[in-house]
Write a new protein. Sequence first.
Length: 708
Amino acid sequence: MSELVSLTRDGEVGIITVNNPPVNALSPGVPEGIASAIETIQKDDQLKAGILIGGGRTFIAGADIREFGKMTSGLRRGGSLLPFLLTIEDSTKPMIAAIHGTAFGGGLEFAMAFHYRVASPSAQVGQPEVKLGIIPGAAGTQRLPRLGGVAKAVEMCAIGDPISASEALKHGIVDRIIEGDLLSGAVAFAREVLASGAQPPKSRERDEKLAGDHSASFAAAREQAQKRMRGQSAPRAAIDAVEAATTMSFEDGCKKEAELFQQCLFDNQSKALIHVFFGEREVGKIPGIGKDTATIEIRKAAVIGAGTMGGGIAMNYANAGIPVIIREVSQEALDRGVATIAKNYANSVKKGRFSQEVMDRRMALITPQTTYQGFEDADIVVEAVFEGMDLKKQVFGELDKICKPGAVMASNTSTLNIDEIASATSRPQMVIGHHFFSPANVMRLLEIVRGKATSNEVIATSMALAKRLKKVGVLVGNCRGFVGNRMFHQYMREAQYLVEEGAGIPNVDAALYEFGMAMGPLATGDLAGLDVGWRIRKEYKDDQNETRGLKVADRLCESGRYGQKTGAGYYRYDENRRAIPDPDVEKLAEQVAVENGISRRTIGPDEIVERTIYALINEGAKILEEGFALRAVDIDIIYINGYGFPAWRGGPMWYGDTVGLKKVYDRVCEFHEQMGELWTPAPLLKQLAEHEKTFADFDKEKRAAAAG
Ligand code: 3H9
């Protein structure tokens, strides 16, 4: 056997172990090794059955995703896995897959070619390929409906969420759950099968679950995919492939699957989603802060402020099982905050996301109070008070007197200078920004803002904590608005200028929604509250470089139109919070255009997208060059997880690469000529465009330089 796959014996049972850490992916050599072990078992008279098990923490977690890039760039020819699977299935001796950890993608496809599957209670199985923009490519769409039924298979292949071992058992995808030691249980299972003398069943020959009319399941899957994965082509392809299982022979179904798999693999969407998969893991890697950096153990937290953000942040801690104090100045505000938390949890219980018992446990972890009692032994305090420097400094000054020396002191500020906040304490090395995104209990992004004095220990603790809170933590530098909001400011400004110039509010939103953004920018402004930006503009009024100003937004706020919370902003809102276009706001935009000497014109969706998205890219390039983001991919991950940027476009920087930086740069130069200083091209963008390079090249060079 190879190093990747070993074959050992337990009496008459051959045990095939995959040893390809960390997740036993099907890298070159693994499928070959398994097939060769099966052949050895088949030929060996002493061996009567075989078991496949994963060494280490998991069964096979899927194909080796890094190989896809090599295949699409022509560096490697992608051979089919199907012949290996047929070798397994055609074995005359019973073959059993013993699953722990995750049997995902190709891992589940391998398991389904085995005659039986047994699993640990904590195991999960799934076909998550659509999350990478592809579909199962080793007969998963053909075997899963035969084993688990069409409805379950189409849901698993189209949406990509895994299911638990017990659910897999219920649907016939696994045959037995093994409590205790998996391997001993699997060997005992093999002996039972041998004693029964049963013929090894082949999943490809089973068609009893394919009979009947499944049109309702396919229609439901198409609707769900359209809702949850808008704009993506892989879910549709996955549904078509499962549908083929119900209308074609196994062999023809596999051919259809292979055709659709290839189409998806060579599409830009899968390249973008694979970039995102590795990006989400890369953001955790910070030059100079290795695995050996000490971290502070977080056993107790305290949050200051029970408003929307404070409440959401406290929920994150409670969800992770960390006791948390939530402090407000007035009892009334505290009660309101706690009631909102309870309402949010109750909604989740109503929707079946977790039980009442889980909700009660989480609520019990939250201690609401109006004092600082108990703050002295909190391992972390998170300030989430109103966004104003004086107030933040006052709070940090108070915390400095109360908190124990080793406590992390985090501010949830979205724009303010962390160093200035830290200056209110005697320990700036313990101060860091933890910028959560609203709603904080839902959004995955946590921008972690490093001040000039923040210690590596506090950074490493924050990154580890983000994982524990089930967030994607991205480390950024301390510039105004940090990375996300600094770029967002440019994006929102352009959206508002387009409105002044005559694009029409619903048209601006529609163009960006069609592009794939979760919401249009103006509707987003209304949701977040237009008053937030208005207050920040007032705070920084002395150093605004925007001569045109944001007059439409300012005037909306001056007239009390803050967005959804006041029933009106760019739109009016009915009692169901449905947005209704408002001719008064268009009139306001017309008036502002006159004041600014702008002649209005018709503006199409392409220009709307270029003006807003290229503004993001240009600012992102400046941020990269100034070192406030570690890599271009960090910006992408911020935008996808915090700002509703479509993952299947890979984030703004990756999108710029796919458009071509030369094209982006030329257009930025045109905007610069037409609109002046605000569109000054980023020198890095110019440099990459002139050398026909990409942001991905920039990251690659940076990685190489860091590796020495
Ligand atoms: C497929 O199977 C297609 C088939 O139909 C066949 C077609 C022909 N490949 O996530 P973690 C790396 S498509 C390569 O931090 P966790 C990962 O980058 C595939 N590398 O651990 C990281 O590297 P590093 C379908 C992979 O415990 C390290 O392993 N399968 C792969 O939090 C640890 O990963 C999937 O989509 C891979 N397949 O979560 C499963 N998987 O340390 C994708 C991981 O250098 N994987 N790595 O940063 C996952 O969902 C999670 O990794 C898993 C473990 C749940 C398994």
